[in-house]
Structures are given as structure tokens and as C-alpha cells.
Design a protein around this ligand. Structure first.
Ligand code: KG4
Ligand code: ZN
Length: 362
């Protein structure tokens, strides 16, 4: 089964070609430098980028795989969640290919993609992340720029949602705190580097919802606590009630590098503690056979190390996507999910009628 997969959920245009779970080629085209300038993704610009890049990215992907459109058995595309007009660009391209080459269309949930990224294999069919297949029941934690969720999976493509963030996603909190510390979007990797040089014990930040009897997360209060800490260091905390006496982008100018590193390390540790504590609680309750983590934030080496410690303590096999490009958005993970739909011959019934679902849940 050869599949062409497309992901345009956010700011990367990504196209992959797979044979079963083996990824023959995966390409990314991105204007990441421009998003850094704007401190975030501009939806209209992302849509324009996808429309401009998709034809060339698809051609490059087929050239690398030494295949062509007429060789593939199905085309898979991210239907959601993501930015509505960005998703539209990928869906429209996939519909055209499905119609032109008379091949079935597979609609994929982007977050399922982050979980299934662990099952992708290299061009020689060797599992990238060291795992042959999932064993059920398993627990999956997704940590991305828009989502922080815990799922219990009882079979392939069967998910029950057991926990979610009630406000910001963890990646979003890395990006927002990074901005306060003078780092460009996406700030997650920059916080990680800065945290390596800092003292994680220097500032005491909150670990929200730790004492609650559920598996939900909250990162908005943590972000605000970092802001108040910065304002207090700068002596701006008490100035002019009712008036915003600061600009977020200017705050870091008067912070020393050591202070920035300590703030980054203390924030990162608080965020990791929340993720690990909730994961461990879920493992103890559901006693799964495996623990899977997917999404951009698992590129963070401190999070990896501390989730590994949690898995070791509970004697449970842990898998997350390796190498790093499989953690952040990519089309290879969409191809991996699509393979399981294709096995069940679960194709979209009317390809021309499918539409994007920006808040699609698993
Ligand atoms: O999964 P992803 O590529 O896109 C979404 O589906 O959102 O995740 C992007 C998020 C961004 O918030 C980015 O700052 C964060 O993942 N991220 C990291 C690291 N690398 C990417 N966060 C912390 N540490 C990292 N090394
Ligand atoms: Zn993603």
C-alpha cells in the first residue's frame, strides 16, 4: 500500500510518500523566519505559503522516493485540528489528486498523527522509534502548540479522551513565556537551551491542578506567574494601577542572561512536573501496556528524560518519536495513521464533499 500524505495544519507545508509504514520520503517547506518576525503564525500567510509550496513539495517528495502520483494507492490529508484556511489548502490539493488519479482519499486527525508518529519506519522498514506495533491498552500523551491531552487507546484508532488542558496548551505556554524572555517564535527549543544553563530551583512557580482527582492540565496560570515574577524583578509590579506599564516584547531587555536562564529553567521544570505527575497518575490507574508521547514538546530533552524516569519507576515501556523531525509537524505521521485506515479500507465516501474541521477531536 503506497500512500501520499499531506499536512498543512499550521505553518509547515509537509508532504510524505510511504509504503505501508515505511516512509520513502518526507519534505518540509516553511517560512519559519517570517513567523519568528511576527511572533506567531499568520493564518492568511500560512494558507498562501501552502498553496505556493504544495506543488513543488509534492514533486520533490516523489523525486526523492523515485515514484510518481500514478504509483500511489491512496492520498491522505489532515482534516483537523488546525488553522481552518491552512487545512483547506491541503484538503483541496488532496481532493484534486484523488479525482485526477482515481484513488481513495483518507481523512486523518492531526493529533492521531502525533501519536502514530512513533510507528513510522525508515526507508529500509526499520522502526524509527524502536517500536514494531502498539500493544493495548496504552496511554498516549500529546504535547503540542495547540493541544495537551491524555488518551486511553484500546485498539488501533480507538481512543478515549481521559484528560486535556483547560486553558493554554503546553507548547503555547513555552512560546508565550519565551516571548517574555525575548525569544523568537517558536520559543520551545530556545527555552530548552536557556534552561540548560539556568537554575530550575531559583523561582517557585505553581503546578496547577496537581491535587485534583482528574487528568486535566492548566498552563495559563503558570505563564502569568512567570510574567509577575519578571515584573517584580524589574520593579514594575506596582506601577500605575489600571495602566499597562510594560510591553511584553520589551521586558527581557533589562533582565540579565543569568536571570533569563533561571526563569526559563524554573518555568520548564514546573511545566514538566505537571505533565509527568498527570501521566504517572494515569499509568497507575489504567495500568496500560505502553506509554506513548507525541507532539512538538517531546523534542525537549528534559521532558524526555523525566518521562523516561516515570516509565522506569512504573516498569512500563515508553516510546516517543525519534528523530526530532518526527516530533514536530510532519506528513510522515499522517501517512502512518492512514496505513491503518487503509488496512480497514476506511476511505472517505465522497472525497469531493469533505471539509476541514479546525477543532476536530479524536
Ligand atoms: O506538534 P507541533 O510541531 O505543532 C502543533 O501541532 O502545534 O508543536 C509545536 C510546539 C511549539 O509550541 C514549540 O514551541 C514546541 O512545540 N516545541 C518545543 C520544543 N520543540 C518544539 N517545546 C519545548 N522544547 C522543545 N525542544
Ligand atoms: Zn502538530
Amino acid at each position: 500500500m503506497k500512500i501520499l500524505a499531506i499536512d498543512t495544519s499550521c505553518d509547515d507545508t509537509s508532504v510524505a510518500v510511504s509504503e505501508n509504514l515505511s516512509i520513502k520520503s518526507n519534505v518540509f517547506w516553511s517560512k519559519i523566519k517570517e513567523y519568528a518576525k511576527w511572533q506567531g503564525v499568520m493564518p492568511l500567510e500560512a494558507k498562501r505559503q501552502h498553496e505556493e509550496f504544495l506543488p513543488a513539495a509534492t514533486e520533490e517528495c516523489f523525486n526523492t522516493a523515485k515514484l510518481s502520483c500514478s504509483d500511489v494507492d491512496a492520498v491522505a490529508v489532515t482534516q483537523g485540528p488546525g488553522l481552518a484556511i491552512a487545512l483547506e489548502a491541503g484538503i483541496s490539493c488532496a481532493k484534486n489528486i484523488s479525482q485526477k488519479y482515481k484513488i481513495p482519499l483518507i481523512a486523518v486527525n492531526h493529533m492521531a498523527g502525533h501519536i502514530y508518529s512513533c510507528l513510522a519506519r525508515d526507508e529500509n522498514n526499520k522502526p524509527f522509534s524502536g517500536i514494531e506495533d502498539f500493544e493495548f491498552p496504552l496511554i498516549a500523551l500529546t504535547v503540542s502548540g495547540g493541544h495537551t491531552d491524555l488518551y486511553l487507546m484500546t485498539d488501533h484508532l480507538k481512543f478515549s479522551h481521559i484528560g486535556e488542558t483547560i486553558d493554554d496548551a503546553v507548547g503555547e505556554s513555552f512560546d508565550k513565556v519565551g516571548r517574555m524572555l525575548g525569544m523568537e517564535y517558536p520559543a520551545g527549543p530556545k527555552i530548552e537551551l536557556s534552561a540548560k544553563l539556568g537554575d530550575k530551583m531559583r523561582y517557585k512557580f505553581p503546578r496547577p491542578l496537581m491535587d485534583q482527582d482528574n487528568f486535566n492540565f492548566s498552563f495559563s496560570g503558570l505563564k502569568t506567574a512567570v510574567l509577575y515574577q519578571i515584573l517584580s524583578i524589574l520593579g514594575k509590579y506596582k506601577s500605575k494601577p489600571g495602566k499597562k506599564a510594560f510591553k511584553v516584547d520589551d521586558l527581557s531587555q533589562n533582565l540579565s542572561t543569568d536571570t533569563i536562564n533561571d526563569l526559563a529553567a524554573s518555568f520548564q521544570q514546573a511545566a514538566i512536573d505537571c505533565l509527568v505527575e498527570r501521566s504517572e497518575k494515569a499509568v497507575k490507574k489504567y495500568k496500560p501496556k505502553m506509554f506513548i508521547v507525541g507532539g512538538g514538546v517531546i523534542a525537549n530533552s528534559a521532558l524526555r528524560e523525566q518521562v523516561e524516569n516515570m516509565a522506569e519507576r512504573n516498569r512500563i515501556p515508553l516510546y516517543y518519536p525519534k528523530p526530532l523531525w518526527l516530533c514536530t509537524d510532519n506528513a510522515a505521521m499522517i501517512a502512518a495513521v492512514a496505513y491503518f485506515y487503509a488496512q480497514k479500507r476506511d476511505f472517505v465516501k465522497s472525497p469531493q464533499a469533505i471539509d476541514r474541521i479546525p477543532n476536530l477531536a479524536i
